[in-house]
Design a binder for this molecule. Structure first.
Ligand code: HEC
Ligand code: HEC
Ligand code: HEC
Length: 226
């Protein structure tokens, strides 16, 4: 992983530490004197700051058989009839993350052809080949959102208009929202590949131009003391 990605992950962690201690500090220590015991308590609190976030939680076995998956009802007889994922996924292209299947490649290599309509097996998907590039102000590579790969799996109405207004640049998207399960995070981390340090470049796939430099903020540009 490149250096700036490491520092971004660190920065997020730091921001969370800072805000958690601020809350803990104002509630517990009043005027500002913090005892050793309180510090210990605060650091315990901080180390668990992220546990609410399922995207950052490490799952035990994403491909456990249905009765042990935690998603299916083991009391239901139907659960025991379902084919276990490890058996179903044999021969599909693999990844190092999520449920270890590369679902996009699986279609590209003709290993799978998802049924488009529950009742009519001859129904064809409406695939749209349109990449949307989202230029990122930070030094990470820009984001390319590919419609083709999505519309091979999903009908337009899964995203438009509830999650995204169908207009380039009309939506505010950022990593915090994604990690909290909004925007791209409505699916990524739940039904499609998760946000991990191994997947950054799947979305951040367009390198910055050679002559790229960070945009200066208004505050910097207008600062008369510069
Ligand atoms: C997985 C979610 C998803 C699906 C499914 C999806 N889109 Fe999009 N669409 C997006 C995103 C994200 C953008 C970019 C929005 C932005 O930049 O603010 C977008 C942008 C668009 C745009 C604007 C293009 C432009 O240049 O302004 C159109 C039109 C569009 N989509 C049509 C469709 C159609 C038609 C389908 C179905 C064939 C579809 N989309 C399926 C997520 C999706
Ligand atoms: C599912 C796709 C996806 C993945 C995976 C992903 N990102 Fe992002 N990231 C985005 C989108 C979309 C944006 C918003 C781009 C924009 O400004 O329109 C973004 C924005 C960012 C930004 C700019 C600041 C911000 O919060 O908006 C940074 C930095 C960033 N990502 C780093 C990372 C790192 C590091 C990883 C891996 C741990 C990662 N991203 C994984 C989609 C993704
Ligand atoms: C409605 C659900 C949904 C939303 C919202 C969504 N995705 Fe996806 N995405 C999928 C599915 C399903 C796949 C295919 C399965 C997989 O790769 O995990 C996919 C695959 C991808 C891929 C992999 C393409 C490849 O060639 O391997 C990228 C990149 C991606 N999404 C980026 C994004 C970004 C960026 C956003 C937000 C702007 C986003 N997605 C929003 C469902 C979604």
């Amino acid at each position: 992983m490149s250096q700036y990605m490491k520092s971004f992950v660190g920065a997020v962690a730091l921001t969370m530490v800072a805000s958690t201690s601020a809350v803990a500090g104002s509630g517990v220590s009043g005027a500002g004197a913090v005892s050793a015991a309180q510090l210990l308590w605060m650091s315990a609190d901080v180390s668990s700051a992220n546990i609410f976030n399922r995207n950052l939680k490490k799952e035990k076995d994403p491909n456990a058989p249905p009765p042990e998956s935690g998603y299916h009802d083991p009391e239901n007889d139907g659960t025991h009839i379902l084919q276990p994922p490890k058996e179903a996924y044999v021969g599909l292209p693999t990844t190092e993350f999520g449920n270890h299947v590369d679902w996009v490649k699986a279609i590209d290599q003709d290993k799978l052809s998802p049924r488009w309509d529950r009742f009519d097996s001859s129904e064809e998907p409406f695939v749209m080949d349109l990449d949307i590039v989202r230029e990122v102000k930070a030094s990470v590579p820009d984001v390319v959102f590919p419609h083709r790969q999505h519309t091979e799996w999903l009908a337009c109405a899964n995203c438009h208009p509830a999650i995204f207004v169908p207009q380039k640049g009309a939506n505010q998207i950022n990593m915090s929202a994604i990690l909290l399960g909004q925007k791209c995070g409505v699916c990524h981390g739940k039904v499609s590949f998760p946000i991990t340090t191994k997947t950054c470049t799947k979305c951040h796939s367009k390198p910055k131009p050679e002559d790229w430099s960070p945009p200066l903020s208004d505050a910097t540009l207008k600062n008369p003391w510069r």
